[in-house]
Write a protein that binds this ligand. Structure first.
Ligand code: HPA
Ligand code: ZN
Length: 332
């Protein structure tokens, strides 16, 4: 089974690039940039990775991102992630980045963006991995702040495929960002949003109806609402599920309690992703392996997640078909 997962071509559609910053690189960057860092050793950082909910994690995640200063720092972090993709046979990835985490510290939008984008180009050259960038708005900040970062992003619009919504979910419903997302769609961006991770099914309805999303990030709480499930199935709406993240942030107690297999059984378009792999204990293959083991998934179910990942991506029909044919060849 492990061998099958390792060979399986996969697309990753839910990955926060700032969440791929490993403690070792975090330390190296803190040193390189002479930052007086809160943590004094790699071990101390790792010890802090005990979370009881999303907010607990976010506090440390924003602290960690504080070591990223120069374009090369953003580039190095992104290239380190692409190296993991190459090792895990992730052949396509759609990467979230959080500009406000950096611009609010006085880092120019283009400094972070150029680092991410240059790494995407080099990953295509070095590894043949294709990618898109998705700009996320931090939902604990105001819609007005979101409009400000959108202005900064417009000169780079051709290089940004979609916009998303992340950070603290509960208390910050998608409806808070309706006007901003209307404007983003007018500008030609596709839209996605985190919903139904810690927040209720109503947030998923709002993401669909008000933000007109192409995918729901997480969405695992949809099973609490039968009518919603019916709609998600009918619309083949992708749910970018992140199993290790859900365990670390206590959305489910253990992997055996995870509902991933139930989502597939209901006919939902669910797929496995890593979310913030440096913080949650593993990249794509680790997520696939631990989920498949705990839930006793068949090869066909595992392959379904990978097929769903390409179907749900922003690749062309032709590219999707090519990757899906490669998966089907492995099943025969
Ligand atoms: N959820 C919400 N916001 C985030 C996450 C997450 O898992 N990771 C980084 N920002
Ligand atoms: Zn996420």
């Amino acid at each position: 089974m492990k061998e099958f997962i390792e060979k399986l071509p996969k697309a990753e559609l839910h990955l926060h690039i700032e969440g791929s910053l490993e403690p070792e690189l975090m330390f190296e960057l803190a040193k390189r940039n002479n930052i007086d860092f809160k943590f004094k050793s790699v071990e101390e950082v790792k010890k802090a990775y005990e979370f009881s909910n999303l907010q607990d994690f976010l506090d440390i995640y924003y602290e960690g991102a504080g070591v990223l200063i120069k374009e090369k720092d953003f580039y190095d972090m992104t290239m380190a992630y692409f190296k993991k993709c190459h090792e895990d046979r992730v052949v396509h990835t759609e990467i979230f980045f959080d500009p406000q985490t950096h611009t609010d510290r006085g880092i120019a939008f283009e400094t972070c963006f150029n680092g991410f984008h240059r790494a995407c180009e080099d990953a295509k050259k070095n590894y043949g991995i294709t990618s898109h960038l998705i700009m996320c708005f931090l939902r604990h900040l105001s819609e007005e702040e979101g409009f400000k970062v959108l202005e900064m992003a417009l000169p780079f619009k051709d290089k940004i495929k979609a916009v998303g919504l992340d950070s603290s979910e509960v208390g910050h419903p998608p409806s808070k960002f309706k006007n901003l997302f209307d404007k983003c769609r007018e500008e030609g961006f596709l839209t996605v949003a985190h919903a139904g991770e810690e927040g209720p099914p109503e947030y998923i309805w709002e993401a669909l109806d008000l933000l007109k999303v192409s995918r729901i990030d997480h969405g695992v709480r949809c099973l609490e609402d039968e009518k919603l499930v019916e709609r998600l199935v009918k619309e083949k709406m992708p749910l970018t599920v992140c199993p290790l993240s859900n365990i670390k942030l206590r959305v489910f107690n253990t992997m055996k309690d995870h509902n991933f297999k139930d989502l597939l059984a209901k006919g939902l378009n669910a797929l496995i992703n890593s979310d913030d792999p440096a913080y949650f204990g593993g990249y794509m293959n680790q997520n696939y392996i631990e989920t498949a083991q705990a839930l006793d998934m068949t090869k066909e179910e595992i392959a379904q997640s990978a097929i769903n990942s390409f179907e749900s991506s922003f690749l062309s029909r032709e590219e999707k078909d090519k990757h899906i044919a490669d998966i089907k060849a492995l099943l025969n």
